[in-house]
Design a protein around this ligand. Structure first.
Ligand code: AMP
Ligand code: MG
Length: 509
């Protein structure tokens, strides 16, 4: 096997931000999933890794040459309350590789044993939740949503004690980085300002190199993270995705989706939808996600305040009245936090124009039309994904499938008439061909998302019967979100209402 070409900047540059730690060996590792396409993208030897040697690496049994395994420190607000020390309790970063397109990516194991950050946890992970991460990551990637992805999932051959005994697994996760809002919070909360600055400068070098050397770079970092999160959450909202546990330790600085523990897709459109068993107050309900993202960014701003008050080079400002300096820093971050809503809105609305098959030139009318459409879906309990998808059929000339989703067809007709009139006017003005418009609408309105019942079915078969066939079929479908006819047709339909009404998801298992 060609060696993995690690280049470990985190280990090198941030010695105070981790504990060097070895993964624990699994007794009987067996490969459940290997992501060849991703291995290729990363410039890895896919053929060589799809082997016993690869399985040993993905299980944590062999640390490949050049890796420097470590557990990262981070803190986080969980459901609004601050935990000053979380960190990688059951994960290690193996190291980084620079992929084929020159992007630096983290390679990490999850479920590879207890670390000094494990607190009461067992350091383990179960097959179901790790395959879930693989499914959701591939689905989101296929849908064009920035996301961490699974390179491999290995069964450990060891049971994990949860409510029941479950087969254990280790996930190999690839991410633009594992830096979180909570990473900066960890050092800010301890008053370790020099390390805080090192981590912030590292984040800038990795994700926003254009800001390097800029005296305003910490405000710049906040703005860049806020803009990426605005774009990300807008994509979630236009796909019906509920992350489920938007704690600040699960919000990346890179703008990738991470941690698919209790996530779910809504079926019938409902802003109050919550599936997570522990989210009793509905803090992370579907419609709350933009507000929570803003709340998390305010926590990021707080963590960065000492650096912003210090000035970019860590000297000026220190001599002033501390209260005045802090007030001045707050005045610098507040405009960014206040701008988040408008950035989010711009992305969300642009996504809606695409879904409606309209252009920016009819933005004002499109916003009203989109609001009324969501209201229609809500009132008539229409599946969010199918509702949008059947609108594409209507754009292609067939309104019958859309009408059949609405029990009370007369409510739909006036809206459809408005949409058609606006579409015709917009199409004539833009010069876009009707066929091209339909093609673009199909991309914006996928047919196949990770339906909760399909995900659970695939994971149950893998867990209870070691049967990976349903997982593989679902994975293939999720990788083709536009292919609703033929072999993937079965993955288009929503779950029975009774399933969705009783559906609950669980964190960190
Ligand atoms: P999560 O809910 O997966 O985002 O994890 C939140 C925190 O709990 C992180 O610090 C994890 O490392 C830690 N954690 C979750 N599950 C375990 C486990 N089984 N063993 C050790 N730490 C865990
Ligand atoms: Mg997490």
């Amino acid at each position: 096997m060609t060696p993995i070409g690690f280049d470990n900047s985190y280990a090198r540059d941030l010695p105070d931000a981790y504990v060097a730690w070895q993964p624990r060996a699994a007794p009987a590792p067996r490969l459940l999933f290997f992501n060849r396409a991703l291995a290729d993208e990363l410039g890895l030897d896919a053929q060589g890794l799809d082997s016993l040697e690869g399985v040993s690496i993905f299980a944590g049994n062999v640390v490949p040459p050049g890796a420097q395994p470590l557990a990262q420190a981070y803190a986080g607000h969980q459901f609004g309350g601050f935990s000053p020390q979380l960190g990688d309790g059951r994960a290690v970063l193996l190291g980084e590789i620079v992929d084929r397109s020159g992007r630096r990516r983290d390679l990490a194991l999850k479920g590879s044993g207890r670390t000094p950050f494990a607190r009461g946890g067992d350091g383990k992970a179960a097959v179901g939740p790790m395959l879930r991460e693989a499914l959701l990551g591939e689905s989101m990637h296929a849908l064009g949503v920035p996301t961490s992805r699974a390179l491999a999932v290995v069964a450990t051959g060891e049971p994990v004690q949860r409510e029941h005994r479950l087969p254990g697994a280790v996930l190999t996760r690839v991410a633009a980085s594992h830096l979180r809002v909570g990473t900066l919070q960890f050092f800010a909360a301890r008053g370790q300002i020099d390390t805080l600055r090192q981590v912030a400068d590292y984040a800038i070098a990795r994700h926003d190199p254009a800001l390097l050397g800029d005296p305003d770079r910490y405000v710049g970092l906040l703005r860049a993270v806020a803009q990426r999160q605005a774009a990300l959450v807008a994509q979630w909202m236009n796909l019906g995705f509920i992350h489920g546990v938007m704690n600040t330790d699960n919000m990346t600085l890179s703008g990738e989706t991470i941690d698919y523990g209790p996530c779910a897709f809504i079926e019938a459109y409902d802003p109050h939808a919550v599936f997570s068993s522990i989210d009793e107050a509905g803090r992370y309900a579907f419609g709350n996600q933009p507000a929570i993202a803003r709340w998390n960014l305010a926590r990021l701003a707080e963590a960065l305040l000492p650096l912003i008050a210090d000035g970019g080079d860590g000297d000026h400002g220190r001599h002033g009245d501390a209260e005045v300096v802090t007030r001045h820093a707050i005045d610098r971050v507040m405009p960014v936090i206040d701008a988040f809503a408008s950035w989010y809105d711009a992305h969300w609305r642009a996504g809606q124009w695409a879904k409606l098959g309209l252009s920016q030139s009819v933005a004002a009318e499109a916003a009203g039309l989109a609001d009324d459409w969501l209201e229609l879906l809500h009132v008539h309990v229409v599946d969010f994904t199918l509702g949008w998808r059947r609108l594409v059929d209507a754009a292609a000339g067939d309104e019958a499938p859309l009408r059949s989703l609405f029990a009370n067809t007369p409510a739909l007709a006036p809206w459809l008439a408005r949409w058609r009139t606006l579409s015709e006017h917009d199409l004539a003005a833009s010069g876009l061909s009707p066929a091209e418009r339909v093609r673009r609408m199909r991309v914006a309105n996928p047919a196949i998302i990770a339906r909760n019942h399909q995900v659970e079915r695939a994971l149950a078969a893998a867990t209870d019967a070691a049967d990976l066939v349903p997982f593989e079929r679902l994975l293939a479908a999720l990788r083709h979100p536009d292919d609703e006819v033929g072999e993937f047709a079965a993955f288009v339909e929503p779950a029975p209402r009774s399933f969705t009404a009783a559906y609950r998801t669980f964190c960190g298992t």
